[in-house]
Each structure stands twice: as structure tokens, then as C-alpha cells.
Design a protein around this ligand. Structure first.
Ligand SMILES: Cc1cc2nc3c(=O)[nH]c(=O)nc-3n(C[C@H](O)[C@H](O)[C@H](O)COP(=O)(O)OP(=O)(O)OC[C@H]3O[C@@H](n4cnc5c(N)ncnc54)[C@H](O)[C@@H]3O)c2cc1C
Length: 405
């Protein structure tokens, strides 16, 4: 449908159909059953929702990109008007989103546009390293690995072969660890398939800080480091990247980390269009909100997910950009919009941490849940279960809607 048809003064517009935005749309569909005149509009550049937490598997070639793209039409009820278009800006005083399909007016706006890779202005990084932030990105990583293995198999120079068959991952957070583990587990078989010795490929994980998985318990870090080592991943900590050059990642101490494929997983920042807006922003350009998740000085705009800068009052720290956080924030935003419509008091956001799970390779993982650290097969099964449960919950929420198709 066209954006202008969707635009009107009395509606709730949700910008972004990721973890936070889709959750708001699905929850509100169910909550507003008895309020059929309230229009719900969801805007996204894609007509599918991406299960981003599964991207390392796409990058490792064990899952097809289409398997992590869930068509929105399979999830949204007729009640939700979906506008597929690029959002290019905000007219805050006119209460309109500026989009490729024309302006979309709101009475309440939910900003849930996620984040983008942050290259920290490291020279050459944006040009030379791949990222893994969408199904297409992840597909590109696997294609680049396959091409590098082909080239490695075609050369007789052992040095060149070793370099081409090496994947270098920058950033030792959860994304970098998952990606490095997945690739290290897959590459021996992939090498054989390309006519190379299974031991030829290598994965290097480069982290600027003193440890991988910064902020996690020492036990979890030890277990993850051990699994990575078993998989043959070379982990370099205290290794800040100064530049990405033709030859590889140049570290601040002058060393060169060579490889055939470079992937950057070193952090995220808010989308550019948020930085260019007049919205109040904090660290990494994330939008500042009050305790009800309303943007400061803009009570009719809510923000949720990676884009929102939400401080946990118990720790005083801004919550990390995680799907788990995005979903909980989406839940509070949906409740508060429902409360606004019914003239009820708003609810302050509280984060209920369910724990931290990272898969390392195709069979093992690490988890910190309720103060208990586990590593190995169980943690990997837990990660699989979380992803399965997420897909089920999306279907379940849709199932609650009486006007579901
Ligand atoms: C590889 C990887 C693995 C991860 N693994 C985990 C994990 O295991 N557990 C975990 O908790 N977190 C994980 N995360 C983090 C998690 O994916 C994010 O925190 C989560 O996606 C944030 O949800 P969101 O709704 O804020 O944004 P997103 O899910 O990114 O959704 C944003 C939406 O906005 C749309 N959009 C953006 N800009 C525009 C525009 N200008 N116009 C139109 N549409 C637009 C996008 O198309 C997208 O649909 C991982 C992240 C990555 C990159």
C-alpha cells in the first residue's frame, strides 16, 4: 500500500520490523482487539523480519539466508498496515516520517530502527572488511570464504595458500566469537570440498581489549577461550586494529594480521538518520529515553531496541544492544501505548536478565544463567532452544489475533 494512504493523524506508527518493532506490532495487535479504530502501521525497508541471532550460521554456510528471513505477511494480521519503504528522515514538528513512499504521519511513533556496524573511524575498515548484520551480509561472508578457498586451491605457493585460506574476524564480543567458532568448525570440511588439506584453513580472532566476551564472568571467558582453542582459532587480545590495508589488519603495535577474508564484528552504533536528526542522542548515537521509554522531550515518540539508550537503574549502565533487551523493551512500549490509549498510568521499564548464551562452533557453546556457568554441548542446545522458542513465540503472538488471516 502507499504511505500516504497509511498516513493520518490518529495512528500508531512503528518504524522498523526487527526484534523490538515487530514485537510492538504483534503485541499491540492483540492488545487493541477492542479498539478497532486505532490504526497500526509498520514501516520497514524489507518485507521480511530477519532473525539476526542466526546470522553466524548463514556466514558459516550451514543455514540458507532465506531461512533467517521470515516474510512479514506470514506474521502480520490484516489489522497492521505494512509499508515497505526506506525511511530517510523525520519531520518532528509535523509528526511525519519522511520515506521513499511519501510522508507517514503519526500520533505516536515507535522508533525501532536497530543499529549499524561501528568502524570507529579505523582507516580502510569500511572498505576492506565485510560485516555480518543482515542475511545478505552473512551470505556475502560465506561467498567470500568460498571464493578465497577456491583461490587458495588454485595456487601452488604455500605462503599465499595459507594467507588466502585464513579468515580474520575483528572484535571478540559475542558476534565475533560466534562467527569465529562457526567458521573454524566448518572450514576443514569446506577445505576438503575445495581440494585443500583440511588443516590448511585458519581463523584468527582479533580483540582490542584484554579479553574476549568483555563483561562476562571469568569462568565463561575461560570456557569460551578453551573451545575456540580446541577449534584451532587463534585468539589475539590487546590487539587494537590501527588500519585495514590491502595486506590485512595492521595492529597498533605494527604487526600485520594477514588473511584472505576480513570480517568486522567490533561494535555497533545508531543508524545515520538518527544521528542526522534533532533527537537527543548519547553514546554511539543511541537515542536517550525516559524510564517509560519515551524519547526525552518527545513524549509521543517511543524508542526501543539497539537504537535506544536505556540505563539500567540497578547498575547505572546503558543496556547492551541485544535481542533479549529489544524484546523486553518492545513489550513495555506496547503496554505503555495501550495505557496511553486507555488513559492509564505508564509503566517504567525494568530489564529482567534471562542470562547470556553464546554458541561457539557447531556443537558447543557457553552460558551464564542465574549465576551458573556452563560450557559445552548443553549451552549449544540452549542457544538452539532459544532460537526455536523465538520463532515459536512470533507465531504464537500472531495466533492470538482474532482477525488473523
Ligand atoms: C551476527 C549477530 C548475532 C547476534 N546474536 C545475538 C544473540 O545471540 N543474542 C542476542 O540477544 N542478541 C544478538 N545480537 C544482537 C541483536 O541482533 C540486536 O540487538 C537486535 O537485532 C536489535 O533489535 P532491533 O529491533 O533494535 O533492531 P533490528 O532487529 O536490527 O531491526 C531493525 C529494523 O529496522 C529496519 N530499518 C533500519 N533502518 C531503516 C530505514 N532507514 N528504513 C526502513 N527500515 C529500516 C531494518 O530493516 C530492520 O528490520 C546479534 C547481532 C548480530 C549482528
Amino acid at each position: 500500500m502507499s504511505a500516504s494512504a497509511a498516513g493520518s493523524g490518529g495512528q500508531i506508527v512503528i518504524a522498523g520490523a526487527g526484534y523490538a518493532g515487530l514485537h510492538v506490532a504483534l503485541r499491540l495487535t492483540a492488545k487493541l482487539r477492542d479498539q478497532p479504530t486505532v490504526q497500526l502501521t509498520l514501516v520497514d525497508r524489507h518485507d521480511y523480519h530477519q532473525v539476526i541471532t542466526e546470522l553466524p550460521r548463514v556466514a558459516g554456510g550451514t543455514r540458507a539466508a532465506d531461512a533467517v528471513r521470515i516474510p512479514l505477511q506470514d506474521m502480520l494480521a490484516t489489522r497492521v498496515r505494512f509499508v515497505q519503504t526506506e525511511i530517510s528522515g523525520f519531520d518532528l514538528s509535523g509528526r511525519q516520517l519522511i520515506t521513499g513512499a511519501g510522508p507517514v504521519g503519526w500520533r505516536w511513533l515507535v522508533l525501532a530502527l536497530g543499529s549499524r556496524p561501528n568502524d570507529f573511524a579505523i582507516p580502510g575498515l569500511a572498505q576492506r572488511a565485510l560485516s555480518v548484520y543482515s542475511a545478505s551480509d552473512a551470505e556475502r561472508v560465506w561467498a567470500a570464504v568460498s571464493k578465497a578457498l577456491d583461490e587458495a586451491a588454485a595456487t601452488t605457493d604455500p605462503e599465499r595458500q595459507r594467507r588466502l585460506a585464513t579468515v580474520v574476524v575483528g572484535g571478540g564480543g559475542a558476534t565475533g566469537v560466534e562467527l569465529a567458532g562457526e567458521l573454524a568448525a566448518i572450514l576443514p570440511q569446506a577445505a576438503s570440498d575445495h581440494g585443500l588439506a583440511p588443516g590448511r584453513p585458519a581463523v584468527q580472532l582479533v580483540e582490542a581489549g584484554p579479553t574476549i566476551l568483555a563483561g562476562s564472568s571469568p569462568q565463561l571467558i575461560d570456557k569460551a577461550t578453551k573451545i575456540l582453542s580446541d577449534l584451532g582459532v587463534g585468539v589475539r587480545t590487546n590487539a587494537a586494529i590501527a588500519a585495514a590495508t590491502e595486506d590485512g589488519f595492521r595492529l597498533k603495535d605494527g604487526q600485520l594480521v594477514q588473511g584472505g577474508v576480513f570480517v568486522w564484528a567490533g561494535g555497533v552504533e545508531a543508524p545515520e538518520l538518527v544521528a542526522d536528526s534533532e533527537l537527543p542522542t548519547g553514546h554511539n548515537g543511541r537515542v536517550k529515553v525516559d524510564r517509560y521509554l519515551r524519547v526525552l522531550d518527545h513524549p509521543q515518540i517511543y524508542a526501543a531496541g539497539d537504537l535506544a539508550s536505556v540505563t539500567d537503574p540497578r547498575t547505572g549502565h546503558v543496556l547492551p544492544p541485544l535481542a533479549q533487551v529489544a524484546l523486553e523493551e518492545g513489550e513495555t512500549v506496547a503496554r505503555n501505548l495501550d495505557a496511553e490509549l486507555r488513559g492509564r498510568p505508564l509503566e517504567a521499564f525494568t530489564f529482567h536478565d534471562k542470562g547470556f548464551v553464546v554458541s561457539v562452533g557447531t556443537r558447543r557453546g557457553v552460558a551464564d544463567i542465574a549465576g551458573i556457568t556452563t560450557g559445552g554441548r548443553l549451552a549449544h542446545l540452549l542457544k538452539d532452544a532459544i532460537e526455536w522458542e523465538y520463532r515459536q513465540s512470533v507465531r504464537h503472538l500472531r495466533g492470538w489475533d482474532p482477525v488473523a488471516r
